[in-house]
Ligand binder design. Structure first.
Ligand code: GTR
Length: 326
């Protein structure tokens, strides 16, 4: 009898635990390539917290960080089919799927990060978010991705000539391949997760990214020269699978959208702090940072990239609107 009672007690406790764990009626699975603590990961967690509060614990978000669900290009595909509900990625790997994302992936299209914010926070940003929908995604919000610059293990890049013949990893989009070709380098498109060992083993000489990614990926341990040429400012995007979205009520869709929007300012604050912390860590590790760089020749070399990729009226118009935004 005593044993029965104990067993019943254990069963009850287990059931209670299971109920607490599954208190959320719906848990949205979210993917991120970055490690825990990275601003994009924390931003989506924050979004999840807001959503949970606002739906009285009905809808939760679980963030699978550190590429647990796969490399960006693969997770983008899985998101289309609703295997992954939410995905935080760079817009670069979306270039071949959603044409409009190409304009924000063009080298030197933004005058700086503030300009990028003004563009993405306004009607152009709204238009780009809407452009995801016919392709099976719902664009929810843009996050910061800083400025991307070149790093390598061979020598300090002080001018465009230093890039000649270098093997540089880029994100998987033709724009970036053509950008490197225009700079006289050899582009190697590959998933982010393969870059560290590719530099280490000499498959490539270097890559390009912002301070937080350069630091958190550990690439600075194998690539000791970082040149702040800031050739790209590619915003990050948080998308939801249209398949998952369509299962929500209109009210819950609005709650998801609002929680995503409300996570943006928090993300930007975290981003600024992380950029500073990452820069300090990388500099303290002895990486040579080249800040004195004439960007004019880099910009001039990009004409061919624009000619090749900005061909439709739609993209021409978007680029013109970006350029005329103060
Ligand atoms: C990072 C970005 C990632 C990923 C990565 C890359 O800056 O946050 O989403 O795109 O760059 O270079 O692949």
């Amino acid at each position: 009898m005593k044993l029965m009672k104990t067993l019943a007690g254990v069963l009850l406790a287990t059931a209670a635990m299971a109920m607490t764990a599954s208190a959320c009626e719906l848990t949205l699975k979210s993917s991120d390539t970055h490690p825990d603590g990275y601003p994009t990961v924390e931003a989506v967690k924050h979004m999840g917290k807001l959503l949970k509060e606002r739906t009285n614990d009905r809808i939760c978000v679980e963030v699978f960080h550190s590429a647990q669900l796969g490399q960006e290009k693969d997770t983008i595909e899985q998101t289309k089919f609703g295997v992954i509900d939410l995905n935080r990625v760079s817009m670069g790997p979306f270039n071949n799927l959603v044409e409009e994302t190409k304009v924000v992936s063009l080298p030197y299209v933004f005058k700086g990060v503030d300009h990028m914010h003004r563009v993405m926070d306004g009607p152009i940003g709204d238009d780009i978010l809407k452009a995801f929908e016919p392709h099976g995604y719902v664009g929810l919000a843009f996050y910061d991705g800083g400025s991307r610059s070149f790093y390598n293990k061979v020598k300090p890049i002080k001018s465009i000539e230093d890039l000649k013949g270098m093997k540089v990893r880029v994100m998987q989009s033709d724009i970036f391949v053509d950008m490197m070709t225009a700079l006289g380098a050899n582009a190697t498109p590959m998933p982010y997760g393969e870059v560290y060992s590719a530099i280490q083993t000499g498959v490539i000489d270097g890559a390009e990214n912002n301070w937080p990614s350069f630091e958190s990926s550990g690439h600075y341990e194998v690539a000791g020269y970082y040149t702040l040429d800031e050739h790209l400012i590619v915003p990050e995007v948080l998308v939801m699978s249209k398949a998952s979205w369509d299962k929500l009520s209109a009210e819950d869709q609005a709650a998801v959208r609002q929680a995503a929007k409300d996570s943006v300012s928090v993300m930007r604050e975290m981003w600024v702090a992380r950029e500073k912390a990452s820069e300090e860590k990388v500099r303290a590790a002895g990486v040579e940072v080249i800040t004195e760089i004439d960007k004019a020749p880099f910009m001039a070399a990009m004409d061919s990239v624009y000619e090749k990729h900005v061909t439709s009226d739609k993209l021409k118009d978007l680029v013109a609107r970006i350029r005329s935004t103060d």
